[in-house]
Structures are given as C-alpha cells and as structure tokens.
Design a binder for this molecule. Structure first.
Ligand code: B1M
Length: 209
C-alpha cells in the first residue's frame, strides 16, 4: 500500500478516503506507527509548510485537519487497546486561546494505550479548569499542549494557578507542542517536556513507575 496516497488524501481534506485507507492499511497489517508517521503526520507537515508559504489557507487547513482526525478515529482502538488495569491518572488539554487538538489527541490516545486513565478537557482550556479537574480526579500528571507561540506562555499561567492554590507539588506537569522546548519547560518550572507522543509515554511510565 502507498501511504503517500493516504497523505495526499489528508492534505486534500478527503476524510472519507482517509478513513478508508487507514482501515485498509490496518487490514494489511501495516503498523499503526507507520500509518501515523508516513500517512497522517507527514500530511500535516506538508499542510503547515504550504500554509506558511501562502499556498494554502485556513479553510483548507481545517479540512485537512478533519481528514486527519477521521483517520485517527480508525486508529484509536488500536492505539488505546490495553488489557491492563490503569497505572495512573492524567488530565490533558490544549491551553486557553489555542484550538489545535490533533497532537493533543494523539498524546491522549498513546497514554491511554500505555494504561493511563485519561481525562481530556479538550481545547481552549483555562487554568482553573485544569486545576479543578486535576483535584477532582486526583490526577498524577497534568499534560499541557500548545501549538502557537502566542498561547505557549499560557502554560506558565496554568502552573502559576496551581501554585496560587498551594497544590503545585501534588502534580507532575508534562508539556509539549510544536513551539515548546526543553529549555522553555525549565524556564516555567514544568517537570517534563515531551517532544512527541512516544516520548510522552516513556516519560509518563517513568513518572508512574
Ligand atoms: Co494552525 N498553525 N493555526 N491550524 N496549524 C500551525 C501550528 C502553524 C505552525 C502553521 C504554520 O504557520 N506553518 C502556525 C503557528 C505559528 C506560530 O505560532 N509560530 C499556525 C497558525 C498561525 C494558525 C492560526 C493563527 C491561523 C489563522 O487563523 N490565521 C489559527 C489559530 C487558531 C487557534 O488555535 N486559536 C490556526 C488554525 C488551525 C486549524 C484550526 C485550521 C487547524 C487545527 C485543527 C485541529 O487541530 N483540530 C490547524 C492546523 C491543522 C495546523 C498545522 C498545519 C498542523 C498541526 C498538527 O495537527 N500537526 C500546523 C503546522 C504544523 O504543525 N506543521 C499549524 C500534527 C500533530 C500530530 O503534531 O500538534 O505538533 P503536533 O503534535 C505533536 C508534538 O507537538 C507533540 O506530540 C505530537 C506528535 O506526536 N505534542 C505533545 C503536542 N502536544 C503535546 C503535549 C505533550 C507532549 C507532546 O505533553 C502534554
């Protein structure tokens, strides 16, 4: 199977074909990681480049994201399949002002697949909502995602909200997203930075061991 074709369907925003091809690829025993990396994530890199170069605009970018999400829905049961009892709990969300959720969803699925009970607050999440949910469910890890340089600083506001409430030390913060870096994580006193969903799983397992 040509996963390049899957990437093209996603770039063109053809959700039905993207879904169909992911299902076919799984039926042909192609690994979910390969489908993700070569078919789906690669498509979003092309879309991002084209957007930067004014060859693609927001509506097309949104269509591509919908096609990507359609493909990911087919992959979800495979990525989240786990027979084990939960090893911990995590709250996850994309911070306030930011509507990007593909990377966050991927991290959620992979952490769930690693046996972590996930509480997904969605997108555009205010600091107080992270604090409320983390306390309500007794989370071990609070996962923050941001895709924009303009929303990344809000991650610090979330951590400060926990400090203000006097509960910062009860939670481990893991942050990630395209503009985020290890040094940024250090500068806002987050505990961990994860470059991608696979690294996020490694870190979470270490935290919960
Ligand atoms: Co937007 N967008 N977007 N966008 N968009 C980017 C991020 C951008 C880089 C495009 C570009 O210019 N090349 C640019 C940001 C520039 C910047 O800040 N420096 C940008 C912009 C400018 C915008 C708007 C401002 C455009 C506008 O309106 N003029 C607008 C902002 C809206 C808002 O949020 N307020 C906007 C809107 C959108 C859409 C809604 C159309 C759509 C999102 C739809 C959706 O998510 N449902 C969209 C998309 C699709 C993108 C690109 C093309 C793809 C993002 C993506 O899904 N990548 C993106 C360009 C790019 O990234 N190349 C772009 C695939 C995904 C798997 O990767 O999310 O990076 P990613 O997640 C990775 C890692 O980062 C990491 O793990 C994942 C992989 O395993 N990770 C974590 C993520 N979160 C983590 C959390 C962790 C650990 C790891 O721990 C907790």
């Amino acid at each position: 199977m040509d996963l390049g074709q899957l990437s093209l369907y996603v770039q063109k925003g053809n959700a039905a074909k993207a879904k169909e091809m992911v299902a076919e690829a799984l039926a042909q025993n192609i690994s979910p990681t390969e489908i993700l990396n070569t078919g789906l994530i690669a498509a979003m890199s092309v879309v991002g480049e084209k957007f930067k170069n004014n060859e693609m605009y927001v509506p097309e970018m949104l269509m591509a994201a919908k096609a990507m999400n359609a493909g990911m829905q087919v992959l979800e049961p495979v990525l989240t399949a786990t027979g084990v009892k939960p090893i911990g709990k995590a709250v996850i969300g994309t911070v306030k002002g930011d509507l990007h959720d593909i990377g966050k969803n991927l991290v959620r699925m992979m952490l769930k697949g690693a046996g972590i009970e996930m509480f997904d607050l969605g997108i555009d999440v205010p600091a107080q909502a992270f604090l409320n949910k983390a306390q309500e469910v007794g989370a071990d890890i609070v996962c923050l995602s941001a895709l924009l340089t303009t929303t990344m600083p809000y991650m610090e506001s979330v951590i400060k909200e926990f400090e203000k409430a006097g509960v910062r030390s009860q939670f481990v913060f893991m942050i990630g997203g395209a503009p985020v870096s290890e040094s940024y994580a250090k500068s806002i006193k987050a505990d961990y930075y994860a470059d991608d969903a696979v690294v996020a799983v490694d870190i979470a397992k270490k935290i919960l061991a």
